[in-house]
Design a protein around this ligand. Structure first.
Ligand SMILES: *[C@@H]1O[C@H](CO)[C@@H](O)[C@H](O)[C@H]1NC(C)=O
Ligand SMILES: *[C@@H]1O[C@H](CO)[C@@H](O)[C@H](O)[C@H]1NC(C)=O
Ligand SMILES: *[C@@H]1O[C@H](CO)[C@@H](O)[C@H](O)[C@H]1NC(C)=O
Length: 268
């Protein structure tokens, strides 16, 4: 069955501000298979044209041997508040944690970005040397002008992820109370951002797009080299609140079209 969830652009959290003037009544459905699947996204709405016509789309496969070391890249120092008020949301295609405005910031290429939300895709969207991981976490940051930079963290099966461990009860509540109800919410109160701020010694940088419609370009991607661990139960808990059609919610790999992937490596 094709995904039939109405996706309201006006309230989509990633682009909330940009569409603030629209009255939120712009339902455009998309999914991950069949008629609404990724190969058709560009045809579902004129607003989604970048999904098929864009030349700098995401995700991509990172070929580690071809990543170009760039000494001018800066450490990805995350100045997140120690505790940030947040809400767990069924964001439609994925589970999302929405942060309040004082969540903290990150400087990338001289611009000051605010941490806005984080969400999970399963399996991973980016691949490394062709390898796809079970989960990818996206930390989405935005400037007041609407520029976006995302930190992508890949997960392999293993022990529990400490971030999701803290969300365990809330995820269960979201699945029970919000079953099938897109935009269902569970307030989280103040959450500890320690595990989101962990130091990064190596990351990959390239310019791409949102991996969901409208597939806007000029998103600065930072994919961490270090792969973290997540348990099978946690992956199941991330899927439970979602409509079945979003249990697999990753977009296929997009062509690089000549783009270079750069490598940051901490010098000892
Ligand atoms: C979180 O929200 C509560 C209730 O709105 C507020 O009292 C508290 O000061 C906030 N804490 C932080 C760290 O923003
Ligand atoms: C980035 O913006 C935040 C406010 O959102 C501010 O507190 C912080 O000082 C800024 N950082 C820099 C380096 O300008
Ligand atoms: C495609 O992306 C570019 C760059 O982000 C943007 O200027 C343009 O408006 C987008 N086109 C559509 C149809 O959204």
């Amino acid at each position: 069955m094709a995904a039939r969830v109405a996706f309201f652009l006006g309230v989509a959290l990633v682009f909330g501000n940009i569409f603030a003037n629209s009255d939120g009544e712009l339902p455009v459905e998309f999914g991950y298979s069949g008629r609404l699947g990724p190969e058709n996204w560009g045809r579902l709405s004129p607003l989604f044209r970048n999904c098929s016509e864009g030349k700098s789309q995401s995700p991509v496969n990172i070929v580690t041997d071809e990543a170009v070391p760039n000494k001018n890249l800066k450490p990805l120092r995350r100045f997140y508040s120690a505790g940030a008020n947040a809400t767990l949301v069924d964001g439609g295609p994925y589970i999302e944690v929405k942060f309040e405005s004082n969540s903290g910031w990150l400087i990338v290429e001289g611009k000051n970005y605010t941490l806005e939300q984080m969400h999970w895709h399963s399996p991973s969207e980016h691949t490394i040397d062709g390898k796809r991981y079970p989960v990818e976490l996206h930390l989405v940051h935005k400037t007041s002008e609407g520029d976006i930079t995302v930190i992508g963290i890949l997960f392999r099966y293993g022990g529990e992820d400490p971030i999701l461990k803290k969300l365990q009860k809330s995820l269960k509540r979201l699945a029970e109370e919000g079953a099938g109800d897109e935009k269902a919410q569970v307030p989280l109160g103040v959450i500890d951002t320690k595990h989101l701020r962990r130091k990064t010694r190596k990351y990959y940088r390239y310019v791409g797009s949102l991996t969901t419609p409208p597939c806007w370009e000029n998103v600065i991607w930072n994919i961490l080299h270090k792969v973290r661990k997540i348990s099978k139960e946690q992956v199941a808990a991330l899927k439970a609140p979602l409509e079945r059609d979003f249990w697999k919610n990753s977009r296929p790999i997009q062509p690089l079209n000549g783009r270079k992937i750069e490598l940051y490596r901490e010098l000892n």
